[in-house]
Design a protein around this ligand. Structure first.
Ligand code: IMP
Ligand code: MG
Length: 178
């Protein structure tokens, strides 16, 4: 098992590129079946979801459209915590079948925020696809519709996910070594 070092921490392989590609192809096939005769709009959440989005879309054989959004977190003027803002949505979602594409669901805060933002734009249907899901880290009442892998609540990098800016380019997914 290969170990890598990023910044000050060691990571060990969790899922190989081959395992990921097989799983993404399965999710793509499921979506082709579920949305047969429709034209879903995939909305990827930058930056983390860019590789999953690219690989997923290559496995979609039905008509589809694609867009990306970015969720910026910034400290509000009040000390109550983080304020989020979604930017970059250029499509009219009215009556569309929307599939959100994310890298990971951790606490679920981001997922719930994006779901609510997009639901308010009157899509016909809305579902959520994520390559990684940490059910034990969840703080929200939320369940993604398409999941690549359920993982323990450990920190992971690779395949779009970063540790302090680094690691997004890795083809495998790694977890922080204990
Ligand atoms: P949330 O806690 O579900 O809202 O996750 C928010 C964001 O934190 C995700 O979209 C990721 O960008 C990031 N994140 C959560 N867990 C990890 C991890 O294990 N590695 C890298 N980024 C993570
Ligand atoms: Mg993300």
């Amino acid at each position: 098992m290969s170990t890598i070092r990023i910044h000050d921490k060691n990571f060990e392989s969790l899922f190989s590129s081959t395992q990921i590609q097989i799983r993404v192809a399965q999710i793509g096939a499921q979506i082709n079946t579920d949305y047969y005769g429709k034209c879903p709009l995939f909305i990827g959440v930058l930056n983390g979801a860019f590789l999953f989005m690219a690989d997923l879309i290559k496995n979609i054989s039905i008509e589809c459209e694609l867009s990306f959004v970015k969720v910026s977190s910034y400290s509000g003027t009040k000390s109550t915590g983080t304020v989020k803002e979604m930017i970059g949505l250029s499509h009219d979602l009215t009556g569309r079948d929307v599939i959100i594409v994310e890298d990971i669901v951790d606490t679920g805060d981001t997922a719930v925020y994006i779901m609510n933002e997009l639901k308010s734009k009157n899509p016909a249907t809305i579902r959520f696809a994520t390559i990684l899901y940490k059910p034990l880290a969840l703080k929200q009442d939320f369940k993604p519709d398409y999941v690549g892998f359920e993982i323990p609540p450990d920190f992971v990098v690779g395949y779009g996910l970063d540790y302090d800016g680094l690691g997004r380019n890795l083809n495998d997914i790694y977890r922080l070594k204990a």
